[in-house]
Design a protein around this ligand. Structure first.
Ligand code: ADP
Ligand code: MG
Length: 593
């Protein structure tokens, strides 16, 4: 027999296994969801590769998952005809943690511990392969990759820091391609090996798996069998005139075992939106993107005509953690399918502008070639049209949140993704009209709750032409700026731009509903109340004072002027009309030092 090689888990794996077993004890059945989702991923990978390498399919044409149970011995086997693993992949995938799903779990676990620890929440996370040890004391993974002509068996035990790998040599156990997991259940968990229990769990957890899942079920059919009459009875039957009467029929149930299709495989986006409930959309979202919070909104639509595609989009309830998101999104948020075949979740950048990279969803196109690559996507006219439609739908969805009766929803949205929309003001001129109504700011008349530009415009004075703003680093310092005095006196509302990106965003917008944005800290602020007579008198009286001050300050200021914009402060420093605002200057300084 070929040698059995022993390996030690990477330290994190051992720790993770401990964590899983100790935090999920009340939610053990998630193991099945995890193992089925791995099988489904493996089938997706194979189907994708086989588009360009049809040979990959030749060992086994069917792409499916089969689950068999042996209740007497407490054994479950899960077999897929997916991509399988080579010997090296077994070491890399099942001996180390490099997987995003698992990393996310660890983070959630930490967060929830910090927040007092909610184990149920963790139960909703993708915890991966090691969840098998929630129920199994021993796991064998026998797997055959098309890249290798040998089949290998990985074996591990619960509470052990090592695992082994050997070559499969028993021809009885050969599989043409893919992976067979055998779970030897712990004594107390053998109940999971009941066929009806597995059937129920599969129905529950695999609603959205797009490959057929078969479970091995006992079936029965009834049949009529003829039985000979009891001889004693026959005797009493006098002479037995009628021969047929001596024979009776009886109904018996014939039992046998067979594979039974246990899930529905039609993808949810192919269904009629009228027939899908919000709960189903949310479930699909949580399962597909490994999320534990419900999305803020979803949108399911089909486009026909010039390009044909179907999509379900979602706005998540929280922004992803970490810094990389906005500038360099590697989000895997959009799953691209071509004619129902999963192609990749790496094309977000081709289908959405980066400032909308927080939108999640699936897109299934009928027009793109199956062997689509990034280059094809970037050149494609079809993709340009798709992108436009997707962006428009995303905005409709966000607008929907902003109009919801529940103000909290939009507050949540704004807190998480406001920055993204502001980035959109800078990067996507074509969609200014869609972005602007979604922006929110504090103002001199609303320091607690942010207002929209529409609310600002409604609140404008009859003869007010412009939208006033002042940029600062906080509401407190904005409301103490001397520039405000005259405007407050005249009851003109001023937007407080307190986020560093606000000012650039507003300058890119330039105007809203034909009203220009005007920085009240700039030199030539005109509040429409010029009084030339008065100015002349002032100039005569204070001209020499100005000259004197300019003389004393020299190059430190560009000029010293009389102004009508203050009411109680004696003087104020303003920026030149074409120069940076003081706030911008502060930002630039912060960037260069
Ligand atoms: P994740 O699914 O988030 O990547 P898992 O812990 O569930 O993390 O799985 C780890 C890795 O093991 C997978 O990424 C995959 O490469 C490999 N794997 C697990 N199950 C299978 C399978 N049935 N077929 C092929 N590869 C698998
Ligand atoms: Mg997984």
């Amino acid at each position: 027999a070929p040698p059995v090689q022993k390996y030690e888990y990477q330290a994190e794996v051992s720790r993770l296994m401990d964590l899983i077993v100790n935090s999920l004890y009340s939610n053990k059945e998630v193991f099945l969801r995890e193992l089925i989702s791995n099988a489904s991923d493996a089938l997706d990978k194979l189907r994708f590769l086989s588009v360009t390498q049809p040979d990959l399919m030749k060992e086994a044409a069917d792409l499916d998952i089969r689950i068999q149970t042996d209740k007497d011995n407490g054994i479950i086997t899960i077999t897929d005809t997916g991509i399988g693993m080579t010997q090296q992949e077994l070491v890399d995938c099942l001996g180390t943690i490099a997987q995003s799903g698992t990393a996310k779990f660890l983070k959630a676990l930490k967060d929830s511990k910090d927040a007092g620890g909610d184990n149920n929440l963790i139960g909703q996370f993708g915890v991966g392969f090691y969840s098998a040890f929630l129920v199994a004391e021993r796991v064998a993974v026998s797997t055959k990759s098309p890249k290798s002509d040998k089949q290998y068996v990985w074996e591990g035990e619960a509470n052990s820091s090592s695992y082994s790998i050997r070559e499969e040599t028993d021809p009885e156990k050969f599989i043409p391609r893919g992976t067979r997991l055998t779970l030897y259940l712990k004594r107390d968990e053998k109940g999971f090996a009941h066929p009806e229990r597995i059937q129920k769990l599969v129905k529950n957890y695999s609603q959205f798996v797009s490959f057929p899942i078969y479970t091995w079920q006992e079936k029965g059919y009834t049949k009529e069998v003829e039985v000979d009459e009891d001889p004693a009875e026959a005797k009493n039957d006098e002479q037995g005139e009628k021969a047929e009467k001596k024979r009776k029929t009886k109904t018996v149930v014939e039992k046998y075992w067979d594979w039974e299709l246990t899930n529905e495989t039609q993808p949810i986006w192919l269904r009629n939106p009228k027939e899908v409930t919000t709960e189903e959309y949310n479930e699909f979202y949580k399962k597909t993107f490994n999320e534990y919070l419900e999305p803020l909104a979803s949108s399911h639509f089909t486009t026909e005509g010039e390009v044909e595609f179907r999509s379900i989009l979602y706005v998540p309830a929280v922004a992803p953690m970490g810094k990389e998101d906005i500038v360099n999104p590697k989000t895997k948020n959009i799953r691209l399918y071509v004619k129902r075949v999963f192609i990749s979740d790496d094309f977000d950048g081709e289908l959405f502008p980066r400032y909308l990279s927080f939108v999640k969803g699936v897109v299934d196109s009928n027009d793109l070639p199956l062997n689509v690559s990034r280059e094809i996507l970037q050149e494609s006219r079809i993709v340009r049209i798709m992108r436009k439609r997707l962006v428009r739908k995303a905005f409709d969805m966000i607008l929907g949140i902003s109009m919801s009766d529940n103000r909290d929803d939009y507050d949540k949205f704004w807190e998480n993704f406001g920055k993204h929309l502001k980035l959109g003001c800078i990067e996507d001129r074509d969609n200014h009209k869609r972005i602007a109504p979604l922006l929110r700011f504090f103002s001199s008349q609303s320091e607690q709750d942010m207002i929209s530009l529409d609310e600002y415009v409604e609140n404008m004075k009859p003869d007010q032409k412009d939208i006033y703003y002042v940029a600062s680093d906080s509401v407190t310092s904005a409301k103490n700026t001397p520039f405000l005095e005259r405007l407050i006196e005249k009851q003109l509302e001023v937007l407080y731009l307190v986020d560093p990106i606000d000012e650039v965003a507003i300058q890119n917008l330039k105007s809203y509903k034909e009203k220009n944005f005007v920085d009240i800290s700039k030199e030539d602020l005109d509040l429409g109340d010029k009084n030339e007579e008065k100015e002349k008198v002032m100039k005569q009286e204070f001209g020499p004072t100005c000259d004197w001050i300019k003389n004393r300050l020299g190059d430190k200021v560009a000029s010293v002027q009389i102004s009508n914009r203050l009411s109680s402060s004696p003087c104020v420093l303003v920026s030149g009309k074409f120069g940076w605002s003081a706030n911008m200057e502060r930002l630039m300084k912060a960037q260069t030092t």
